[in-house]
Design a protein. Structure first.
Length: 127
């Protein structure tokens, strides 16, 4: 997945440290740096930037991105706002680092559920 060995930085568009999970996906971008274009039904939370040594894969660079769906957190939080599992692609935000495989969120959340931050706006409420 992606050109992880050439990552030089992780850029957080929105603070993610208090989130129980973010969804790790790949983006196909014409650039090594800057926010990749992303579908409106998902909220771009962060993205990896690649160094100058990164090579194009045909017409694009493959980069990791971290997003939330417009159904997050309602699909994963209990009535009290506690999250005790995550989607398959869910990773712990604190584990996201350049050139490092992220840690799956579900095993950690099962052992230690985490509160979804009440002040974090849902995707559907964004302009």
């Amino acid at each position: 997945m992606s050109d992880m060995k050439n990552e030089c930085d992780i850029v957080w568009v929105h603070p993610a440290a208090d989130l129980p999970f973010v969804r790790e996906k790949r983006a196909y971008s014409g650039r090594r740096t800057g926010a990749p274009k992303w579908p409106k039904h998902e909220r771009l939370i962060g993205y990896a930037e690649l160094g100058k040594q990164a090579k194009r894969n045909l017409w694009y660079f493959e980069r990791r991105v971290w997003v939330l769906h417009d159904t997050d957190p309602s699909s994963y939080a209990d009535d009290d706002g506690m999250v005790n599992f995550a989607p398959v692609e869910g990773v712990l935000p604190e584990s996201v680092q350049p050139q490092v495989v992220s840690t799956s969120a579900s095993p950690v959340l099962r052992a230690h559920p985490k509160q979804w931050p009440p002040t974090f706006p849902l995707v559907s409420s964004l302009p």
